[in-house]
Design a protein around this ligand. Structure first.
Ligand code: NAD
Length: 502
């Protein structure tokens, strides 16, 4: 096999047969090592008999350099919508200049709500810190702090909104259980920090408990994220399917990848209701681009996931088994440290050729792939629910206040007068969540950002007119309000957290 002008040729120089037309797939060759590993993977897909109709699109550096800050041409969107399936090589995001992450844009635009990352070790053929890992991380992909809603509110204080929604949570948790069921997995572990974030992470945990009850044959396990992440680092073999909100998922996927022995081996998928994107977990590795040393395995794993997703599990299994056999035969690219097992370093092309030669072969020691492996869940839609009764029971008014030595009793007495004029009661003032009025401790450090909580004096339900009156009086008192948060109950259940010490 040799490469000429970007086309793979067989040993006798004849061009490889085109992939038989069947499922349309958008393909982007990416940047850095992207074109070489994509070429290798397309060659293997062809050789394995994948029934694909490849539609090439351009994304990444060249598009950014043309001034398209999203990194994707408008025409490419049409192809993505038409095919609904996207096999993407890594791209380089230029630093600075207002360029947006293409991955985030694609995920959000196409509603790819689930990021699924299988993490597995191939001991003893590929060295890994932990030999027995076989877990799948299912990460919520659209919400959490990744909504990117951030503000600077005062000279000293910035904030980021963490959005956890019930339909988004229900969708990802149901997806995780359906995935476990479809793939014969026994346990789903949910990771949150609901001991601190009782409303947002509390919702995620509550939905997990509710949905897990519908899957009695699967063990449901919840861990606080800090100890959960520590356990993934120390005992990754104890985990099976892991489901978590976006930010924790981002972090634990990298911890898990580290335990499997390198970024070059893993693929991932981003699943939505109408579209799905498949890619390697690593980046464009510009340091090794064009040297014929990159490992195409991560992108190949992504392609295997794609084949399973589009119902070509038969081809996926053939390809996966050829790849596993290649590892077993000690043919490894440099990043897989072949010298540890006494092997020689294979180039990208030699490795790809070796996989091609093993098509039809099954591994001897590693568990062979079967056509049904990584079967895709078919149902993950959130159930329709009745709207709860929502009642306004108070308001938090946030102030930028930097006067009188930031002495809370001074602000407290000014706000007591404002509250009385508005027919409301000042319940408390907190600074960075700690109650500083009434009461408070002289040791508490105060910034210029104050949360002031007001309620009706007799605890009854309020309306927005009272809030408007209050804000107008706050303004007249010369105080700078920077935002409000309304305190609601839903079917009588508190929908806000209490201040520390409230
Ligand atoms: P990287 O993953 O590209 O590289 C990290 C290290 O791993 C490098 O030493 C690299 O040589 C090595 N490596 C990565 N993939 C390899 C492979 N297949 N075979 C052998 N070695 C491999 O991460 P980075 O250096 O932080 O990022 C480089 C560029 O990639 C940046 O522009 C970044 O924005 C981009 N990136 C893109 C994606 C994506 O498109 N999904 C993901 C991550 C990073």
């Amino acid at each position: 096999m040799q490469v000429s002008s970007g086309i793979w040729f067989s040993n006798n120089g004849a061009a490889m047969p085109a992939i038989r037309t069947s499922v349309p797939v958008a393909v982007a060759a990416g940047d850095g090592i992207g074109p070489e590993i994509m070429e290798a993977v397309l060659f293997l897909l062809r050789e394995a008999g994948a029934r694909l109709d490849i539609r090439t699109i351009e994304v990444g550096e060249s598009v950014y350099r043309r001034g398209v800050t999203s990194g994707i041409d408008p025409d490419a969107w049409a192809t993505l919508r038409e095919t609904g399936i996207f096999l993407k090589a890594p791209i380089t995001t230029p630093q600075g200049g207002g360029y947006k992450s293409l991955n985030v844009t694609i995920r959000k635009t196409l509603g790819l709500f689930a990021n699924v990352r299988p993490c597995r070790t191939y001991h003893p053929f590929v060295e890994a810190p932990h030999p027995g890992i076989d877990m799948v991380i299912v990460r919520e992909n659209e919400e959490d702090t990744y909504a990117g809603i951030e503000h600077r509110q005062t000279a000293e204080v910035t904030q980021c909104l963490k959005l956890i929604t019930s339909p988004g949570t229900e969708k990802i948790i149901r997806y995780a259980f359906e995935y476990a069921k479809a793939n014969g997995r026994n346990k789903v572990t949910c990771l949150t920090k609901d001991n601190i974030m009782k409303v947002t992470d509390g919702l995620f945990h509550k939905v997990f408990d509710r949905i897990s009850a519908e899957y009695p044959s699967i063990v449901a396990d919840h861990r606080i994220i800090d100890i959960g992440a520590a356990l993934i680092a120390r005992h990754p073999e104890r985990f099976d399917v892991v489901v978590c909100p976006n930010l924790y998922g981002d972090i634990v996927s990298d911890i898990a990848a580290e335990q499997t022995g390198g970024v070059g081996l893993a693929g991932s998928m981003n699943i939505g209701e109408h579209c799905a994107m498949f890619e390697a977990v690593h980046g464009s590795a510009p340091d090794i681009a064009g040297k014929d040393i990159a490992n195409p395995s991560g992108l190949l794993q992504a392609a295997v996931l794609m084949l399973q997703h589009i119902g070509q599990g038969d081809v996926a299994a053939v390809l996966q088994n050829a790849w596993l056999s290649t590892l077993e035969d000690g043919i490894l690219t440099a990043d897989m440290q072949p010298e540890i097992g006494g092997g020689a370093v294979a180039s990208t092309r030699a490795f790809t050729q070796a996989v091609a030669q093993r098509l039809g072969k099954e591994p001897d020691a590693l568990r062979p792939a079967r056509p049904s492996l990584h079967a895709m869940p078919t149902s993950w839609k959130p159930a329709a629910r009745e709207k709860p009764v929502k009642e306004l029971v108070g308001v938090d008014v946030f102030l930028d206040w930097d006067q009188d030595g930031r002495y809370p009793p001074v602000l407290g007495s000014r706000l007591e007068s404002v509250a009385e004029a508005a027919g409301l009661k000042l319940v408390m003032i907190t600074n960075r969540g700690v109650k500083v009025y009434p009461g408070g401790h002289p040791e508490t450090f105060c910034t210029d950002h104050w949360r002031c909580r007001f309620r009706d004096p007799d605890g009854s339900v309020m309306d927005n007119r009272k809030v408007l009156t209050l804000l107008s009086l706050v303004d007249q008192a010369g105080l700078d309000f920077i935002k409000t948060e309304h305190l609601y109950t839903f079917d009588g259940e508190r929908g806000y957290s209490l201040g520390q010490g409230e």
